[in-house]
Design a protein around this ligand. Structure first.
Ligand SMILES: [Zn+2]
Length: 412
């Protein structure tokens, strides 16, 4: 980050500590614990030279004591806090001037550390801010998305993508435990272990462009959505680790009789073995830290929306005509477009919740449906209280067909 550019965006006026960064329960995101996590998952660590200003290992690991005890250090308030979305979108990521220190992320990391300590694990990964969640290959550390570092950015994320991935405490901890699984895998080179390879598969297996999950499989734990453990051996390992680490998972009971239990038991023994030992990999390299990202927020969101919006379930006039009608006797009823606009928010949230699909993607489908209903002049043919559940079933079925049709794309 260039000091001059960040200085331009950060007012040096002392302000009281900002409120917690992301609301613990955001009404718009609470019902959906959906996480096709990790924008780029475990991309190879290529450009990893840490800029000097962000190379602090485990920025949030141990809260530093202030240099002068008892003196309150004023926090700089970013100048963009009060800006409207349109203006904020033109800010480059490297100019946001964010750090983990003092944010809600710091508290979450502290919670994670407490969970690790309970299990006797002494290894601590390092964390840095970037544009998404990910743990690069060959780095025992975790990138955390920038929008969790400030409530204003969390609001922008919500406006742009209709949800804040990791925006609630429970959701954030689930992702952190998962990423911790990758980080510990890297730190101790666990991928090389014969038994791990036998149980989980080879880490060198290429990431598929698509995967077709088997929802009823008992060979995999269930943690993040979309049966994520089934996407790749390393994801399986990370998911299994996350379940093992979660103090509330009661995994031995929950997975009794499942083939997945073998993986959990292996992990339990493996962690007992490695718990107090020094990691083999100790690099504190960073990959794509926020300070190195020169794209604007607008460019970031345009690309992300394009990625999520490109593929979504097809819908057919035939389906719409099953629910709505263009017959003259229904012409006096509420138009289908108007009805869908009214239920859009509810439907989007519920279908996302039960299918694990992105709200943004579902909303794209809804938008197309509304346009189509308008174009072919459809109206309600049944009372609204019946049309709503019928429509939700229709959309859920289409989304599931899409997910199971071998076309589910994992975000890479
Ligand atoms: Zn992962």
């Amino acid at each position: 980050m260039s000091d001059s550019s960040s200085a331009a965006l950060v007012a040096a006026t002392p302000t009281p500590d900002p409120p917690p960064v992301v609301p613990e329960t955001s009404p718009a995101t609470t019902p959906t614990v959906q996480t096709r996590t990790e924008g780029r998952l475990r991309a190879p660590a290529t450009d990893t030279a840490p800029p000097p200003d962000e190379s602090t290992p485990a920025a949030a690991a141990t809260p530093k004591k202030p240099a002068t005890p008892g003196r309150h250090r004023p926090r700089r308030r970013p100048i963009w806090v009060g800006w409207p979305d349109e203006k904020l979108l033109d800010v480059r990521m490297c100019d946001l001037g964010l750090s983990i220190e003092g944010t809600v992320i710091e508290r979450r990391i502290r919670d994670l550390h407490a969970e690790l300590a309970t299990r006797g694990i002494t290894f601590r990964p390092h964390f840095w801010l970037s544009d998404d969640w990910f743990t690069p290959d060959d780095i025992p550390g975790v990138a955390i998305p920038f929008y969790l570092a400030h409530p204003r950015l969390a609001r922008l994320e919500l406006a742009q993508l209709l949800e804040v991935e990791g925006g609630t405490k429970a959701w954030c901890m689930r992702i952190l435990r998962h990423e911790m699984g990758h980080a510990i895998d890297n730190a101790y080179c666990l991928q090389r272990r014969r038994k791990r390879q036998k149980l989980f598969g080879l880490s060198s297996t290429p990431y598929p462009e698509y995967y077709t999950p088997k929802p009823h499989s008992k060979s995999f734990v269930l943690h993040l959505d979309s049966w994520y453990a089934q996407s790749h051996p390393d994801e399986d390992f990370a998911e299994t680790f996350a379940v093992w680490l979660d103090p509330r998972s009661v995994w031995a009971k929950r997975y009794a009789g499942w083939p997945a239990l073998k993986k959990l038991e292996y992990l339990d023994a493996l962690m007992a073995q490695t718990a107090g030992t020094d990691p083999l990999m100790t690099t504190r390299r960073l990959m794509e830290p926020l300070s190195s990202l020169r794209k604007t927020l607008r460019e970031h969101y345009t690309a992300k929306r394009r990625r999520y919006g490109l593929e979504y379930p097809d819908f057919y006039d035939r389906d719409l005509r099953k629910l709505f009608s263009d017959a003259p006797e229904h012409a006096g009823n509420v138009s289908a477009a108007k009805f869908l606009t009214r239920v859009r928010r509810d439907v989007r949230r519920l279908v996302a919740r039960w299918t694990g699909e992105y709200q943004y993607r579902i909303d794209q489908v809804l938008n197309d449906m509304i346009v189509r209903c308008e174009a072919i002049g459809l109206h309600l043919a049944t009372p609204e209280d019946r049309a709503k559940p019928d429509f939700m079933v229709l959309l859920t079925v289409q989304t599931m067909n899409y997910l199971h049709g071998g076309r589910h794309r994992i975000a890479l």
